[in-house]
Design a protein. Structure first.
Length: 105
């Protein structure tokens, strides 16, 4: 999405009152003891698996590169609140590299 705020506002607009939003996306993981291993996974293992499975390692470098550009889970939750959603929350999974967000209109 090129304009996350507009997208969230539009999703809010089309939901019925009481409607729910769910979002699953990659996110920048928080710095922790596993950060070096997560970086190896993102920058070396994913492209290697891409080369083995699809024969295209370059096609799988976009994921770590784009993940580094994404906002973190807390920032997306704040934008959801700003768009009008209530009871916004999220849960990190996959060592903090994926976040599931939710909210209610």
């Amino acid at each position: 999405m090129s304009d996350i705020d507009h997208t969230l506002q539009e999703q809010y607009r089309v939901l019925k009152p009481g409607g729910r939003i769910g979002c699953l996306d990659t996110t920048r993981p928080k710095k922790n003891l596993l950060s070096p291993l997560i970086n190896v996974h993102l920058n070396m293992i994913i492209p290697a698996v891409g080369e083995i499975v699809a024969g295209e390692p370059d096609a799988y470098t976009y994921l770590p590169d784009s993940t580094k550009q994404f906002m973190d889970a807390e920032q997306l939750a704040a934008r959801m609140l700003a768009a009008g959603f209530k009871r916004v929350g999220f849960r990190r999974i996959m060592f903090g590299t994926i976040a599931i967000h939710w909210g209610i209109k």
